[in-house]
Design a binder for this molecule. Structure first.
Ligand code: MG
Length: 290
């Protein structure tokens, strides 16, 4: 029996999915928002799906998923040796394609994930794929940066991270009053740079980003389009920006990281420690299939 849980909307994959959706009804009950189940409670079914899959595309977010969340992105340390070794061993498996998909710029990701076996996709999956240049958008972002610096000068603990192709406005440490004021500033500036620039909401961050950088969901689908049709996608992520990937993979193995179970993912893990355990278990499941 074929094992892909991928729902593709185009061509022969559509037919495949229709067949699979009937066969696979016992794998996981139809998902309801907020009804994610703990991954390890369903491990026997998950392990069977993994070990019988033709190929696996493993997409991992970085902050809050592989690495514990830190107040400031600059405080996050590169991956520890244990986790790095697990990932390296996974990437050695011929039938596994590994990706780290992060909102961080590619340059930062390269320092934090210092090995080449996983493909790194920065800026929500935009960087690392061949894409057109964004000249007009860059000009608008420079303008927005100037306006943000002016508009946010009277708020405290809201700061702007310049990612070159995006501006991330971090408000994690700000008071509720300053968050309200900051939101108003961001929304007003957004109106002057729309529609070429849009707003992505992340974990205590507003991100002004070119609309053509359309987020992790479209990025994941673009990657999968180049892989064999029987590939089982696995996506692990912790924040709102990961929900767009969960949305486009209704029959993939989608895993939300964190206590909040209001997610489009089928499964959840509590923290990056459990993600590490999952990666070890995944290695075991792949080993079983050999
Ligand atoms: Mg994250």
């Amino acid at each position: 029996m074929r094992t892909s849980l991928l729902n593709h909307r185009h061509g022969h994959r559509t037919q495949f999915w229709r067949t699979e959706s009937r066969r696979r009804t016992n794998f996981v009950p139809r998902r309801v928002r907020g009804a994610a189940r703990h991954l390890f409670d369903c491990w026997p079914q998950v392990r069977d799906a993994v070990s019988s899959a033709g190929r696996i595309a493993l997409f991992l977010d970085f902050d809050g998923t592989l690495a514990p969340f830190r107040r400031r992105p600059g405080d996050v340390k590169p991956l520890g040796p244990t986790l790095q070794k697990v990932l390296e061993r996974l990437a050695e498996r011929k039938r596994l394609y590994g990706y780290v998909v992060s909102g961080r710029p590619l340059q930062q990701l390269r320092e934090l994930v210092p090995f080449r076996n996983f493909k790194l996709l920065g800026l929500h999956g935009w960087e690392g794929r061949r894409r057109p240049s964004l000249v007009k958008e860059l000009r608008l972002l420079r303008k927005a940066k100037h306006l943000l610096e002016q508009g946010l000068s009277t708020t405290s603990r809201i700061w702007v991270e310049d990612k070159h192709l995006a501006l991330a406005v971090h408000y994690r440490e700000a008071s509720a009053r300053d968050v309200r004021r900051g939101r108003k500033v961001v929304e007003d500036i957004l109106r002057t740079v729309e529609p070429s620039i849009h707003l992505l909401r992340g974990e205590k961050v507003w991100e002004l980003i070119p609309r053509r950088i359309d987020g992790k969901g479209p990025a994941v689908l673009a990657v999968l389009a180049g892989l064999p049709w029987s590939t089982l996608p696995i996506f692990v992520g912790d924040s709102m920006t990961d929900e767009s990937a969960f949305r486009v993979l209704p029959r993939g193995l989608t895993i939300h990281v964190g206590a909040n179970r209001r997610t489009l993912a089928r499964f959840y893990l509590r923290d990056p420690g459990e993600v590490k355990t999952f990666l070890r278990k995944l290695e075991g499941a792949l080993h079983l299939a050999q």
